[in-house]
Design a binder for this molecule. Structure first.
Ligand SMILES: C[S@@+](CC[C@H](N)C(=O)[O-])C[C@H]1O[C@@H](n2cnc3c(N)ncnc32)[C@H](O)[C@@H]1O
Length: 405
């Protein structure tokens, strides 16, 4: 079995985070743009769709949803007259067959779900033609690093500002960049692939839109002695170049196996309106909580599995204790993050700080963990300390500005 064949067999906590964020953000996107022109549908394009569900059941015996079913369930539960239409692109024939079966029940219940069999490179123009000028969020979740820079800038992020939004949620495989970047060498004044590694390196060239990343990666790795840090740096450059070419901002949420591990993926949203970034950060807060719940319950299952005999008080006692520990840890994290946001706001030291455009600065290292409720608590705390004026509780946070008292 190849690494890729194993992908749809069982879902890892990192995939739980990816799917939770996809669910949370597509819903928020549809609600935000859905209030504008109800006659237009909102579209979700899932570029590397996969089979729709995992082959292996989870411990509860159900087959976890893959991204297509996450999107369809979100669309089905969406409480609005506005219709959500989805397009799934998948190149593998067996996955397309499974996907067709998995979406049948949704189609029968009236949901719009088109499946395009072929590569993203070939099929995206036709998906794009169906979308027209309607609002759309495109989710791109390839194996490794595959998305072409030209398709990003020339198609998906090419809309003019007066049209409804087109946003892209790209799952960037940081690990693939550092692994393949490790196959570069310096020869006769140039950074080139080691023999036999040309294919992988050229795939990354196509993603970054040229070979310039090679030198940057090589230099950064030499300087810091860390391929992971070098990969983060070339991806930051890529995001900045996209911003310069298209005017799109971006925000990356790190996806780790466990807290304190190196991030393996960067779930990156490309957006134009600051409210998009703000809502994405808040959606990430809910999604990472779900991820913590998942690995805690996985750890419990592993712990119980390691016990040779049933623990002194029984499995249900262990489960109850673990649940209480989890709640306590969440409370501690909430308090820690609120304090960290307070410190950030004091450090920014601005007389008037608009929340949505500055959400990355306000959240700082808590980006991806803390969300709106933590910003609200931090604001109230700083107002209580006499540093900020109290917030207008009738005004939405993403339209609010923090003002010095
Ligand atoms: C990481 S998996 C997708 C997982 C899926 N998004 C989910 O969350 O359930 C990547 C999928 O992309 C498909 N694929 C690979 N290259 C592709 C291409 N060039 N165009 C479209 N699909 C491709 C693979 O067959 C695989 O099913």
């Amino acid at each position: 079995m190849t690494r890729h064949e194993g992908f749809f067999q069982q879902r890892q906590p990192a995939a739980v985070l990816k799917h939770a964020l996809l669910r949370e953000y597509t819903k928020v996107f549809a609600s935000t743009v859905g209030s504008q022109d109800r006659a237009r549908p909102v579209w979700v394009i899932d570029g590397y769709a996969g089979a729709g569900a995992y082959e292996e059941p989870d411990p509860e015996g159900t087959h976890p949803d893959g991204s297509p079913l996450i999107v369809l369930k979100m669309a089905e539960g969406f409480q609005s007259k506005r219709v959500i239409k989805s397009i799934f692109i998948e190149s593998d024939a067996a996955a397309v067959e499974a996907l067709n079966q998995n979406v049948t029940a949704f189609r029968q219940r009236g949901l719009s779900a088109s499946i395009l069999h072929g590569t993203v490179e070939d099929q995206m123009p036709s998906a794009w033609a169906s979308v027209g000028n309607d609002p759309v969020v495109t989710f791109l979740d390839p194996f490794g690093v595959a998305m072409l820079r030209d398709t990003m800038t020339g198609l998906l992020l090419s809309r003019s500002r007066d049209l409804p939004p087109s946003e892209v949620l790209l799952n960037i495989n940081l690990e693939a960049v550092w692994r393949i970047g490790g196959n570069l060498q310096f020869v006769a004044g140039h950074v080139v692939p080691c023999p036999g590694q040309e294919g992988g390196v050229q795939r990354i060239d196509r993603f970054f839109g040229g070979t310039a990343w090679r030198q940057t990666f090589y230099d950064m790795r030499q300087e810091h002695g860390s391929a992971a840090r070098a990969a983060e740096y070339v991806i930051e450059n890529y995001r900045e170049q996209i911003r310069q070419d298209t005017g799109y901002d971006s925000m990356s949420i790190p996806v780790r196996r466990r807290p304190h591990h190196e991030p393996l993926f960067l779930l990156t949203l490309f957006f134009r309106h600051p409210v998009g970034g703000y809502k994405f950060a808040d959606a990430a807060c809910r999604a990472t909580r779900k991820w913590r719940e998942t690995y805690r319950s996985q750890e419990l299952v592993e712990f119980l599995g390691r016990q040779q005999q049933e623990s002194l008080f029984g499995d249900s006692f262990e489960a109850e204790t673990a649940a209480k520990d989890g709640e306590r840890q969440e409370k501690e994290l909430d308090a820690e993050w609120v304090q960290s946001i307070c410190d950030n706001v004091r450090r920014i030291n601005s007389s008037r700080l608009a929340v949505a455009p500055n959400v990355s600065l306000i959240l700082g290292t808590t980006l991806g963990l803390a969300g709106e409720r933590h910003i609200r608590s931090a604001w109230d705390k700083l107002a209580g300390e006499g540093y900020l004026r109290p917030r207008d509780t009738k005004k939405k946070m993403h339209y609010s500005s923090m003002e010095r008292a």
